[in-house]
Ligand binder design. Structure first.
Ligand code: SOE
Length: 380
């Protein structure tokens, strides 16, 4: 297939910069696409480390000012993998310069920021997408197909958790590289925007819109030393966030995220209970989908643990042979493939900025509800 270059300018070289770079580098090895990402430039303030990153990943050039990157004529796509407080300004400037924009989640620090970003990309008419990668775990994509085919029937319950334990120590500072997720000014919120946002994105994709929420948050460690000021400062993020939700389809939900669940590193689980069937998925066992169908023959009816590695499972015909599983990094490769296919077909791949705004409206409502003690509307 004749391929057009898709010249990528990546901003940020942390954990997410690596997942995105790996996706752009690998995607054409596994998917037949009419565009080929070219790692044109990486941009970060620390020139020495940006140079080292460029050498390691094969970026052609380095910029230390994102405005200079956006001003370049040889860049088609700006990919934002820098901390949350940078998303708004970069995305808007990139859209105004006519660049396609991909952005790490959450889209903005709050729905007001995200709304302005949606306006900018839609006004400019540029392709856009947010990296909510868990939609593209093949088992989760299969769950979507089963639900859309009506296999579960009417849905009654949705249950999601995202549990971690890495901030329990009161000695852990806040702010700066690696710890900006603890600094409310940079992150926008704590686990609500960081972890629940994933659960909400998947949930609304699988089960439709969320109408209203009742939230409860807690900050267990109230003060931490700030890495940038050297001062002990108030912690403004939520360490744990739980909420009840009512979906537009009438189903009821519980969501929980915390960084204080000792023993859990990234336990994202979801369960959906329908009239005919139920589904359970666990990120620690991401290549399995647990499925129970009440219509099965009575004596052998039970939960099936389906190994999602066959050629007829979502995305799996692009990988190895049946029985051999794939992992976390592949979800980003799938997302890059879908984004490029969306450019070719003219049907944008989801989640777009607009889809991600809907998630931020829910996270804002959860935080509002935790303050007000009331149920809050989550649709904006
Ligand atoms: C936080 O520890 C984090 O890295 C999130 O920021 C990611 O979005 C999540 O996928 C894994 O956990």
């Amino acid at each position: 297939m004749a391929q057009q270059d898709l010249r990528v300018g990546l901003i940020g070289y942390g954990f997410m910069g690596r997942t995105h770079s790996n996706a752009f580098r690998s995607v054409n090895n596994f998917f037949d696409l009419d565009r080929r990402p070219v790692l044109a430039a990486v941009c970060a303030r620390n020139e020495e480390r940006a140079n080292a990153f460029a050498a390691q990943w094969g970026y052609e050039s380095v910029e230390t000012d994102w405005r200079a990157l956006i001003a370049r004529d040889d860049i088609d796509l700006i990919d934002i993998a820098s901390p949350n407080d940078t998303h708004h300004d970069i995305a808007i400037a990139a859209a105004e310069a006519g660049k396609m924009v991909m952005c790490e989640k959450p889209l903005g620090r709050n729905a007001a920021e995200s709304g302005a970003m949606v306006d900018a990309v839609e006004k400019a008419g540029v392709a856009n997408m947010v990296w909510y990668n868990y939609r593209r775990v093949p088992a989760v994509t299969l769950a979507k197909q089963l639900i859309d085919e009506g296999k579960l029937g009417r849905i009654f319950h949705y249950r999601a958790k995202f549990l971690q334990d890495w901030t329990i120590s009161a000695d852990l500072p806040q702010g700066g590289e690696g710890l900006w997720r603890l600094d409310v000014d940079v992150a926008g919120s704590g686990v609500t925007g960081d972890l629940l946002a994933h659960c909400i994105d998947t949930a609304m994709w699988l089960n439709g819109g969320i109408d209203s929420v009742s939230g409860l948050t807690e900050t267990f460690v109230k003060e931490r030393m700030h890495n940038l000021t050297g001062q002990v400062q108030k912690v403004g993020i939520d360490d744990a966030s739980l909420f009840l939700a009512k979906f537009a389809n009438g189903s009821l939900a519980t969501f929980e995220a915390t960084r204080y669940a000792r023993g859990h590193k990234a336990l994202y689980t979801l369960e959906i209970n329908g009239e005919h069937a139920s589904i359970f998925w666990d990120l620690h066992d991401l290549h399995r989908l647990e499925y129970f169908d009440h219509r099965d023959e009575g004596q052998t009816r039970g939960w099936r643990s389906v190994h999602i590695t066959d050629g007829d499972h979502p995305y799996m015909d692009h990988w190895w042979v049946p029985g051999l599983q794939i992992g976390y990094e592949h979800t980003f490769i799938h997302q890059a493939a879908d984004f490029i296919e969306g450019l070719s077909s003219g049907t944008p791949a989801a989640p777009t900025f607009r889809d991600a705004l809907a998630t931020d409206l829910v996270t804002d409502a959860v935080l509002r509800s935790a303050q007000s003690g009331q149920w809050e509307n989550a649709t904006g």
